[in-house]
Structure formats: C-alpha cells, structure tokens
Design a protein around this ligand. Structure first.
Ligand code: ATP
Ligand code: PMV
Length: 502
C-alpha cells in the first residue's frame, strides 16, 4: 500500500527574510563570504488539496496572495517531450492577471523535480492544489492613505484595511483578531486607545507590482517556502522530509536553482541560503554548477535537474558538487542586543548596481582585490565580535564597514550609501543604545539595518529620532517590527492558520 502522503492534510511552511549585514558585492565572489541574518519577517505558504466540486479544472494548481489585488494565479501544466520537464501555463479568466515570474518558475522546477523522483506523480497527474501565500507585513511599506502632501506620522494611525471579501478558495474574514505573535509594541506617537488592532497579514491595497517592497528578500523567501510546501504536499515523508538535514539540502539546492533561473542567475544565493538555514556566514556555490543544466523544456532537463538537486552523481573531492558553505557556528548575537531595521519607503534596483561594480572590478583588478580583502576582514571581525558578545566593539567594526562600502560606491560610481542615507545613519549612530548601523546588502535605499540594545528606552529614542528626521526632511522613515533571527525554514502548525484553511 502506498505510504501516507501529506496531500490530504494542509501543510504550512514558512521561510524567513534576510539582512546581509556585511559582505555585499564581495559575496558574489567565491573567494569571499557574507554575514547574513535571517529575519523574524517570514513568508508562509499553505498547501492544500483543492476539492473539485465547483467545476475546477482537474489539473489546476492555484497560487493566491490575498494581501494584494488581482493576485490569484491559476496554472495548468503539461509534460514536455524528450524529458524537458513539466511546464505550467497561466490560465486567464475574467480580469487579466499579471504573470508572477518567480512563482511560475518555481512551479516549473518543483513539479519537474517531483515527477522525476516520484514517477507515480507523473503517470497519475498532480492532484489539484491550492497554495496560499501570506507575507508578514514588514515585507512591504505601509500603504499610503493620504496622497498629496502626505505627512509622515499621520498615515501610521490610519485605519487598517481588511482583507478582501471571499475569494474562490478561502474566506478568511477580517483578520483583526487573529494575533499569532504577541501584540505589537505601541507607537510612542499614538495614544494607545485610538490605535486599531493590526491584522497579522494586512491587505496592502495594491497589486503586487505596485507594492513598495522594503528589501527583506521576498522573492527568496517565497521561492523557498513555496518549494518546501509543494515538496511536503506531494511527496511522502520517506522521499522528502523538511525536518531532516537531507530534506533541507534538497530544498536548498532546488530553491537555489529555481531562484537563480527566475532572477537571471545574477545573485550569490545568500538570500535563499538564509531562507533555508537562517543566519550564517555564507560562501556561494560555484556559478558553473548551474551552467551545465539544460534550460526548462530542453531535452534531458528533468533528469539533469533531479541529479543536480540530489547531488547524487557527484564527482567532487568530498562527494558533493554543491560547494557553498553555510557556517552557522560562526554567527550569533549577544544577549540584550537586537538587529532592527528602518524602512525609508524607497527600495532599490540591485541588478544595475551589481553590473557597475563588476565593470569597475574588471577594469581595476588590483584595487578591487584590495578593497574586497579589506571588506572581508571586516565581515569576519563583525561576525566574531557579535558571536563573542563583545558589545563594546560592535560600533568600532560597523563604522569601517560603512566607510569601506562608501569608498567602493564612490570608486564604482554607484550610490551604495547614498548621501541621504549617509546623513541619517551618521545621526542614528549617535542615538544612545545604537551600537552601529549599515545600509545592508547592495545598499541604496533598501531598509537600513541597526545593531542596537534590545530595550524599551533605546527603542523609544530611535523612534523619536526617526520621527524628527522624517519631519525635518519631509520623508517617512519608520522603525520596522522585524528583528534578526537565527532560524531558517520551518513547518508551522496548521491550527494557527485555521482562518485560511478551506
Ligand atoms: N507576497 C507575494 N506573493 C507572491 N509573489 C511574491 C510575493 N512577494 C514577492 N513575490 C515575488 O517576488 C518578486 C519580487 O522579487 P524581488 O527580487 O524584486 O524582490 P525582493 O526579493 O524582495 O528584493 P530584495 O532582494 O531587494 O529584498 C515579485 O515580483 C513576485 O514574483
Ligand atoms: C550585491 C549582493 O551581493 C547583495 C544584494 O543584497 P540585497 O538584495 O540588497 O539585500 C548581490 C548578491 O549577493 O546576490
């Protein structure tokens, strides 16, 4: 008799966002490493079987992001000849829905992999499934409620939008009473009694394309959580078990391949690694690893993908082709210290910045090698002082990280720490209890990261500073709820998501 699969139960998986505290750009080179922390902000994916009563297409897979307008993606799928894998096709009905490239690519790769490792899936067809995506609120800036002359402090007290009414797959109803975490801290600038309860998963009131992302790595988190949820839903535990090191290894490899493909192979993969493993010192895999994989739909894609993901035809010295290093033992945070972030509501296009840095590096090899080595020394030092709890030394390491990144930016002609961010961080650094701050990752206008004392007084001072800074500069900077956290992907209790389960 067939082993019990998870297909009849709801599987919920979550994966964390990331903050690359130090090591941006250099981590793209295998010679170097980056210090990445996972975040408390997670993307959750609920995988459920679709009950086929209401004329639902038999081979449909539906992905929904109920926090956004027009965000239901329905897919059919077909087997491509000559082992080219499984390709999904977005089905349109009614209002046209913008394609979701990351979701679609993930479905292609994951269904191809599943059909290859469990042949019965390919022959019987995949049971129709619903995949519901719920992102913690900090992934996107708050929706604006006032347009012309938007004043910084007023929008945060505006009424929270509810989720839209019944969708074809679930009717979660208003979310205001569904607190999973403890209630959020009170904003200093608002009297407690007028603050409406905050929905755990708010509706952003826009399409996904119009949402302002804060730079927490939503694509890596969704690709990872979606991959894990689908593997857990369709495969029996003897073939895939997220709780085992082997399960995490397969998930990591498959999510990296899918994410790289969707992204156009430009990233180091630190964001997927931290979505799977949480905080770590990360060394990337050799880019050549993916070079040999045929494209989706090309002859032999399915077999090659499964071999690459399982890493079972390994010829490397240690028996594995995947040569990335994920060092969790070298990363930690001192007690009483937190990593927090402030959103400047702008967001950054990383791709163009990486291109320019690489052009400069290629034209200035010696200079670049020295700059990269200088940064690497600071990455290691920062990891060490945080791990060893040397609280007093944090600032003395983070300041040079900023200086070196600014120099790199100037040399390359890239605004890694733009002037407006520089000015703000210079002042933020002086706030009592703030140990150090940086523009994380590629820099630019993504949310800034701080290492600060984890106490109410410091938080008050930081909020006060950001409020004043916002007013003075006519911008909206806010302290986000999100914190650095060490844990990676995990299964969640389905009972905590009852409102979402149909
Ligand atoms: N809640 C969501 N539901 C469905 N798809 C999502 C969701 N959030 C993100 N995505 C997918 O991820 C894409 C955004 O990826 P992108 O790499 O631009 O952002 P990011 O990973 O948050 O960026 P960064 O690395 O700067 O943090 C979206 O276009 C969409 O395909
Ligand atoms: C520039 C880079 O090193 C870091 C990008 O980080 P982020 O997406 O800005 O957090 C690119 C990468 O490592 O993929």
């Amino acid at each position: 008799m067939a082993e019990e699969s998870s297909r009849d139960r709801t599987v919920v998986v979550s994966a964390p966002g990331k903050v690359l505290l130090a090591g941006g750009y250099i981590v793209l080179d295998r010679k170097h490493t980056g210090l990445v922390f996972g975040l408390s902000a997670r993307i959750h994916v609920l995988a459920q079987k679709i009950r086929t009563s209401e004329g639902v297409h038999l081979s449909e897979i539906v992905v929904q992001s109920p926090q956004f307008l027009n965000a239901t993606w329905r897919y059919g799928y077909h087997l491509v000849e000559n082992g080219g894998g499984i390709r999904v096709t977005q089905l349109q009905s009614g209002t046209p829905v913008e394609p979701n490239h990351f979701v679609e690519t993930t479905l292609n790769y994951v269904l191809t992999y599943i059909a290859e490792v469990d042949k019965s899936q390919a022959s019987h067809g995949f049971t129709p499934a619903s995949l519901l995506v719920l992102a913690d609120n900090d992934y996107y800036s708050k929706p604006k409620h006032h347009h012309a002359g938007d004043r910084p402090s007023s929008s945060s007290s505006a009424e929270e939008p509810y989720l839209p009414p019944a969708t074809p797959l679930s009717d979660p109803g208003p979310q205001t009473h569904h607190h999973h975490h403890p209630p959020p801290h009170h904003h200093q600038d608002q009297p407690e009694e007028v603050k409406p309860a905050r929905p755990r998963f708010r509706h952003f009131g826009t399409t996904l394309g119009d949402a302002h992302k804060t730079g927490l790595g939503s694509s890596a988190a969704i690709v990872t959580a979606l991959t894990a949820a689908m593997l857990s839903h369709y495969l029996p535990p003897s073939v895939f078990d997220l709780a085992t090191p082997e399960g995490k290894r397969v998930l990591h490899n498959l999510a990296q391949v899918a994410h790289c493909s969707a992204q156009g192979k430009i990233g180091s993969g630190f964001d997927v690694a931290s979505a799977v493993y949480g905080s770590c010192l990360y060394r990337r895999f050799s880019p050549a690893l993916l070079g040999a994989l045929p494209g989706l739909g090309e002859e032999g894609f399915a077999v090659a993908l499964a071999a690459l993901v399982n890493d079972d035809d390994a010829d490397g010295a240690d028996g594995r082709k995947w040569d990335c290093e994920i060092r969790k033992d070298q990363v930690g945070l001192p007690a009483g210290v937190a990593i927090r972030m402030c959103d400047v509501d702008c967001g950054t296009q990383t791709v163009g910045m990486v291109k320019k840095v690489h052009e400069w590096r290629d034209a200035n090899a010696d200079l670049a090698a020295r700059a990269y080595e200088g940064l690497q020394a600071k990455v290691d030092e920062l990891a060490r002082v945080l791990k060893e709890g040397k609280v007093g030394e944090v600032g003395g390491v983070m300041r040079p990280v900023r200086e070196l990144m600014r120099t790199l930016g100037r040399d390359c002609g890239v605004p890694i720490e733009p002037e407006s961010q520089e000015a703000m961080l210079n002042e933020l650094e002086k706030v009592e209890g703030v140990l150090g701050c940086v523009v994380p990752g590629a820099g630019g206008y993504d949310a800034a990261a701080m290492v600060m004392r984890d106490d109410v007084e410091t938080e008050k001072r930081v909020r006060g500073f950001l409020r004043q800074w916002s007013m003075k500069h006519g911008i909206h900077v806010r302290l986000m709820k999100v914190r650095g956290e060490t844990e990676g992907v995990r299964k969640e209790a389905a009972g905590d998501f009852k409102l979402w389960i149909s």
